[in-house]
Design a protein around this ligand. Structure first.
Ligand code: CTP
Length: 415
């Protein structure tokens, strides 16, 4: 998706082995619709050439404050005025120290100092050896840069080019891209805490077999991501799926419906909004055998008896906080249910909303969308139904989050 369409990003590179990731980042920014102007320090040019960065950004790279290409000979002014954001990736320990002291002895630091602070945000993605990162001087600088209004992204953890292992790696290109997209997203859910369930559940028959369903978890994961982009604190309770955790989201992995209920109940008191997208198994085998059930050679098949699983959404929605949320009272929990139906969507979704006791129920035609990347939704509330036309799941998730933000705005859900 063109998440950065219309954005002009000045991408600054400073000296560090993570410069190799800046090439991929540049490509990812362009692919997301941004225009990218690369500015490099002399140290960065030891690690990657301006030719590579020019080819990827499709623009000549700047490296000197004396660059005569600019008619007024002021690249530090012109480049910074044109930017929607300046992103320094990688940001070396030395460069962060320079930023902090307002030093400006080469183009990139000069441009950062000269940027209009109110309109051109500065974002840095640190990259350095773990000892350099842990050094109190660096940590002090990070704290002071943040206090100056500079957004300092997290660092990654793992194997480092120097052979050591620890904190200080630059985030991967796709992680920085996600953080940048989130940065530009209006914070409609600031102060809200979302709890989301996603994916299928798995109900054991014996230690090696079980019953599950075709839910991919994509919609719930997209909702968790969209909510985090919109400024919410997000906890995602996920059934067995192998999707990556969205940036900045706390994930709790569960297997069965009862595990999912336990995880939800352990954190629902802190939540202000609950979104149940999980395809929870309605029934589980009454007894899960301790040992693998074996064929006995007689040709007889085992008989399974089922019992009903707890209804997580109904349990939460019908709690006192869920009921207060439904009537918009302060301190309430706003609950959103999903309905995957095979036919008569409006009638089933309307009935299900009342049965579950939720103010908003999101209907979709289930079997056709399981595992797909796009979907169409029907939002059903006490006043009727609104269609959200077919679109990629992330786009639908963003629309749904904007809709939930509107519904909970000023209703006292925020705590
Ligand atoms: N749900 C839940 N716990 C369950 C079953 C469902 O939390 N044990 C939630 C789902 O996450 C979803 C909503 O309830 O938000 C609707 O689930 P669905 O399975 O479609 O509805 P059911 O209540 O099972 O009704 P039916 O099987 O008749 O369609």
């Amino acid at each position: 998706m063109n998440d950065l369409a219309g954005k002009h990003i000045v991408l600054g590179l400073t000296g560090g082995i993570a410069c190799f990731k800046a090439a991929e980042l540049c490509r990812a920014l362009v692919k997301a619709g941004a225009t990218v102007q690369v500015v490099m320090t002399a140290a960065a040019e030891h690690f990657i050439t301006p030719v590579t960065m020019q080819a990827l950004s499709n623009r000549p790279v700047y490296g000197s404050q004396w660059d005569a290409r600019e008619p007024n000979n002021m690249p530090h002014i012109n480049l910074s005025r044109a930017a929607d954001a300046i992103l320094i990736a990688p940001a070396s320990a030395d460069f962060m120290a320079k930023l902090l002291h307002g030093r400006a002895d080469e183009l990139l630091s000069l441009m950062c100092l000269a940027r209009p602070m109110d309109t051109v945000p500065l974002i840095v993605a640190p990259a350095m050896n773990r000892e350099m990162w842990a050094n109190p001087a660096t940590q002090r600088n990070v704290a002071l840069l943040k206090a100056d209004g500079i957004l300092v992204l997290d660092v990654g953890q793992g194997d480092q080019a120097c052979g050591e292992t620890g904190d200080g790696r630059m985030l991967e290109a796709d992680e920085i891209l996600d953080d940048l997209i989130a940065f530009f997203t209006p914070k409609l859910l600031a102060g809200q805490r979302l709890l989301v369930t996603a994916g299928p559940t798995y109900e054991a028959i014996d230690p090696v077999r079980g019953i599950t369903n075709l839910s991919s978890g994509k919609m719930g994961f997209a909702i968790a991501r969209a909510a985090r982009e919109a400024g919410a604190e997000v906890t995602l309770v996920a059934g067995p799926v192998s999707l990556p955790t969205p940036r900045g989201v706390t994930r709790i992995n569960v297997k069965s419906a009862r595990d999912m209920l336990g995880a939800v109940l352990s954190c629902v008191d802190q939540a202000t909004v609950f979104v149940a997208t999980a395809a929870v198994a309605d029934w589980r085998p009454a007894i899960a055998a301790d040992q693998k059930i074996k064929k006995d050679g007689s040709g007889d098949t085992p008989t399974l008896h089922f019992i009903e699983n707890p209804d997580i959404l109904a349990t939460v929605a019908q709690s006192p906080r869920g009921q207060r949320g439904a009537s918009g009272e302060p301190g309430g929990l706003y609950c959103v249910g999903f309905a995957a139906e095979s036919h008569d969507l409006l009638a089933h979704a309307t009935a299900k909303r009342l049965r579950k006791g939720v103010p908003l129920l999101v209907g979709n035609i289930g079997p056709a969308t399981f595992g797909q990347d796009d979907n169409a939704l029907l939002l059903v509330d006490a006043h009727g139904a609104t269609e959200v036309p077919r679109a990629p799941k992330l786009e639908l998730a963003r629309r749904l989050i904007a809709n939930i933000a509107q519904r909970t705005l000023g209703s006292g859900q925020k705590s």
